[in-house]
Every structure is written in structure tokens, then in C-alpha cells.
Design a protein around this ligand. Structure first.
Ligand SMILES: Nc1ncnc2c1ncn2[C@@H]1O[C@H](COP(=O)(O)OP(=O)(O)OP(=O)(O)O)[C@@H](O)[C@H]1O
Length: 460
């Protein structure tokens, strides 16, 4: 589907090259005009969700403090994105109301919840007033960078709750906003290094993942149970996906919430062209990846593998063969992880070979290609994610949507390529195609020139 001049979606042949002369839209272009279908359900059922009161076309009309408006404009944002238009008036209204917000990858959810946290801080008090949890240290660091940029003209104090970031004997935290991962956050709260008495906002980014019992659910619940009970805490859950099995838990976790949801078929971003390549076997997958190297480095690329050892193995092999690549996964030590993602973010590395650890949330506008070297798979309940055992033959649709969402950020174009190499992986890809409702086009692996041509066209 693509939007016509009036902003309506019209079907186009998936994978077809855009008309000659069309250029990659700028960061603000598509999503601000976008008319993708958002459903708003208000906690107050008497209120009309379509009332202009619950929509904001400009940041001015939100009644924000000048210092915050300055921060927003300094980041280059001129108008709220579609999701922000609907979400911000609800997020900022008083009394504070919980929210469950779902919208495609890269549509500005982070900015929406960061602005909410910042706008609720009482800067005259040196106490922690907002907590934000994310599933990975990389994402926590990225969210923090948005807090710092947006809060640049305020007196906001921030602190991390991620592994190895606090000195062992550090005293109590007095920062207004603490961003971290659930394990470390629980730890700091238990030890009373974080004082919860003044907390007003609690945000879960990638909330479906954070609430999933098989993922980080238990730890997240522990954090919630330590929040103060003598005053309401606004709970905000955001993600691009909310699979059925976490929906009811999410509603209990954030009771009486306003809800913003996208139609299911709109979940994956229209600007991302999806392809697959038929490989003969595992070894052929590697060869194809090497063939693609020139294309992978046109912009920046992320290669997703199912296991850490695959990421390490192919990156070591490619490096030995003279191709500059980096690999990142959860078994590396924190300092190394930080250095690798920072190098990639700054464009010093162009190809990042990784696992699901950065499948969610990472926002690097220059990433225009994602390769699913291995398709994402579901894990058997209770097996714990990330290990080699317990993988099922079923594709993990949510992770797929998040992975390909690392490209095509904020209305840009991007392509994703899935490697399939046998009947099983082919069937898995077919299931992904069905579930996301978008065609995945075949690319010939024999003809490197044709392959390059087709991909370059898709990126135009
Ligand atoms: N109103 C706006 N105007 C211009 N750019 C914006 C606006 N809001 C957000 N952006 C930019 O768009 C990009 C994507 O936004 P963001 O990271 O908030 O998306 P997201 O919805 O949280 O994505 P994901 O689901 O992958 O976590 C960021 O680079 C951000 O700076």
C-alpha cells in the first residue's frame, strides 16, 4: 500500500520500484501526513475520542512549558507525528490517565512518552519522579539520549539503572528521571538507592516484551509492586506490537487506560520493501551475505541471527576475509556493547551483525537495510529466550515486525531481506507474509547484478 496525493492508501505492487525521480522522503515527510488508521479508546467512556480536545496539530497547543517547547524544536521537530497528535493530549491531560499505546516502529512513541515524563517533573524537588524501563541497555541508553536532548533547556537530572553504570558504593539517587532495564532497576529499588516516594510516571517501552511472562514480565511486575501506593502513578505502556497473550495482562497492569491502537494490517511500515532470497543451504546463506556486502554498506545495515554464536562466527569470518563488520549480542560485556552500538550509531561501522537484543526500538535513521540471516522463531514457553534450546518451528511475528522496523524510520524507505534455505524456512516465511498481510518478493540469488539493481531501485 502507498499513499496517494490525498494521503489515502492505494495498493501498489509490493517491491515495485517507485517512479523515476522520486526521492527518499525526509524524516518528517510521510508520517506527519500519514492517515494510517488509529483507533482511540478512552478510559472515560462518556467522552468522545474524536473530539478536537483529544488531538493536537501543533506542539504549542499542548500547553507545554517554554523550556520543553524549545527542546522539541531544537531536536528539529516541527509538528507532532500522527501518533503524537492523538497520544499527547491524552498523555498530558489531568488528572493523569494510564495509556496503552500501539503504533508502528519509528513513528515517534519515544518522543511522546519522554515528553510526558519531562512535563510532569517538579524541578524544584531533587527526587526521582519518573521511571522508564526498556528491554535492553542499548535501548535504555537511546531513550536517555532523547530525555537529555528534549530536556536540554530544563534542569532535568537523569540517572541510569543499567548494569555496571553506577559505582558500587554510590549513594541514593536523586535524579528526576531514571531509565533502565528491569533487573538493575529492581535491584536499586530494593536497596533503596532509588527512593520511590515521589514517583508520578512509570513507563514501559516495548511493553509487550516487558510484560511477557517468558521475557521480562516477572521483573517488571516487581518494579511495579514497589511503586508508592499513597498517590496515583501514571502508567504508560508503549510498543509497536501487543500480541494477544499479553493484552489482558497489559490492561490489568495499566488499569483504566486510554488506548491507542493501529489496525493489525498497518503494523508493518509501508515504506519497507520486503524481499526473500532462496539460498541452497546454510553455507550458501553466508556466500550471499558476502555478495551483498557492497549493498549493505550503501547506507547502514543490521543482520539478525538467531544465536550469539552465529553472529560471532559470521562476523569473524567476514572480518578475516577483509569485510569490515561488527557484532553485538548480550554475552559481550557492557562497556564493549556500549562502544559497538555507539560506533554504529555514529556511522563508523556500517554493518552490524546481531541477535534479537537490538530487534526492538533502536532508532538509527541511516539504517536502510535489515537482513534476517535467520528468521526469528518462537521459543517454547519456559525455555527462556536467547538460548539454543527450545526454539520452535513457528516464526515469531512480533519480533519480525520489530526487526524490520529498524529500517524505514519516521517515513524513510528501507528494505528487508529474508534468507530462506529449506522447506521449513520457506514455510515460516510464508506464515510471516500471511500474518503481516504484506507481500515478500523473491530476489534471484544467481544474478548479482540484477539483485543489486532491484535493491537499489527499492531504496530510491
Ligand atoms: N514530531 C516529530 N517530528 C520529527 N521527527 C520526529 C518526531 N517525533 C519523532 N521523531 C523522530 O522519528 C524517529 C523515530 O521516533 P521514535 O524512536 O520515537 O519511534 P518509536 O515509535 O518509538 O519506534 P519503535 O517502535 O521502533 O521503538 C526518531 O529519530 C525521532 O527523533
Amino acid at each position: 500500500m502507498e499513499k496517494d496525493a490525498d494521503g489515502f492508501y492505494t495498493p501498489v505492487e509490493e517491491g515495485a520500484a517507485p517512479a523515476a525521480g522520486t526521492s527518499q522522503p525526509g524524516p518528517n515527510a510521510d508520517l506527519i501526513k500519514s492517515t494510517f488508521e488509529v483507533t482511540v479508546t478512552l478510559a472515560d467512556q462518556q467522552a468522545d475520542p474524536d473530539s478536537p480536545l483529544f488531538s493536537a496539530k501543533t506542539f504549542e497547543e499542548l500547553g507545554l512549558h517554554q523550556d520543553l517547547l524549545k527542546g522539541i524544536y531544537d531536536m528539529g521537530f516541527s509538528k507532532p507525528s500522527k501518533i503524537q497528535e492523538r497520544a499527547l493530549p491524552l498523555l498530558l491531560s489531568n488528572p493523569p490517565t494510564n495509556m496503552i499505546g500501539q503504533s508502528q516502529s519509528g513513528t515517534g512513541k519515544t518522543a511522546a512518552f519522554v515528553l510526558t515524563m519531562l512535563s510532569r517533573i517538579d524541578f524544584t524537588k531533587n527526587t526521582t519522579q519518573a521511571l522508564c524501563l526498556a528491554p535492553s541497555r542499548e535501548l535504555a541508553r537511546q531513550i536517555m539520549s532523547v530525555v537529555v536532548s528534549m530536556g536540554k533547556f530544563t534542569a532535568v537530572q537523569t540517572e541510569y539503572a543499567i548494569k555496571d553504570n553506577l559505582a558500587r558504593d554510590s549513594g541514593p539517587i536523586t535524579a528526576h528521571i531514571v531509565v533502565g532495564t528491569p533487573g538493575t532497576m529492581t535491584d536499586l529499588m530494593r536497596k533503596r538507592i532509588i527512593d520511590v516516594a515521589d514517583i508520578k510516571v512509570f513507563v514501559l517501552d516495548e511493553a509487550d516484551n516487558m510484560l511477557d511472562q517468558d521475557g521480562l514480565g516477572d521483573q517488571t511486575l516487581r518494579v511495579k509492586n514497589m511503586l508508592p501506593r499513597d498517590h496515583p502513578v501514571q502508567i504508560l505502556l508503549f510498543s509497536a506490537t501487543f500480541p494477544d497473550h499479553v493484552r489482558s495482562f497489559a490492561s490489568k497492569f495499566a488499569p483504566a487506560s486510554n488506548k491507542i491502537e493501529l489496525q493489525k494490517e498497518e503494523l508493518s511500515v509501508a515504506g519497507i520493501r520486503q524481499f526473500y532470497m532462496d539460498c541452497r543451504n546454510e553455507e550458501h546463506k553466508y556466500d550471499i551475505l558476502v555478495h551483498l556486502y557492497a549493498l549493505l554498506t550503501v547506507g547502514q545495515s543490521i543482520i539478525f541471527c538467531q544465536h550469539k554464536h552465529t553472529a560471532d562466527r559470521i562476523s569473524a569470518r567476514m572480518s578475516a576475509e577483509g569485510h569490515k563488520v561488527a557484532s553485538l549480542h548480550g554475552a559481550k560485556d557492557p562497556a564493549e556493547r556500549d562502544a559497538i552500538i555507539d560506533n554504529f550509531r555514529d556511522g563508523r561501522e556500517k554493518v552490524l551483525i546481531t541477535t534479537n537484543v537490538i530487534a526492538r526500538g533502536i532508532d538509527i535513521l541511516q539504517v536502510n537495510m535489515v537482513v534476517n540471516y535467520d528468521l526469528p522463531l518462537m521459543y517454547e514457553r519456559g525455555s527462556g529466550r536467547g538460548g539454543a534450546d527450545g526454539a520452535l518451528d513457528k516464526p515469531d511475528i512480533e519480533t519480525y515486525i520489530h526487526r524490520i522496523g529498524r529500517t524505514g524510520r519516521f517515513g524513510r524507505r528501507g528494505i528487508s531481506i529474508n534468507f530462506v534455505h529449506d522447506k521449513k524456512t520457506w514455510l515460516q516465511m510464508e506464515q510471516i507474509e500471511k500474518a503481516t498481510g504484506r507481500k515478500i518478493m523473491r530476489i534471484e540469488t544467481n544474478d548479482v547484478d540484477e539483485m543489486e539493481e532491484k535493491m537499489k531501485n527499492a531504496l530510491k
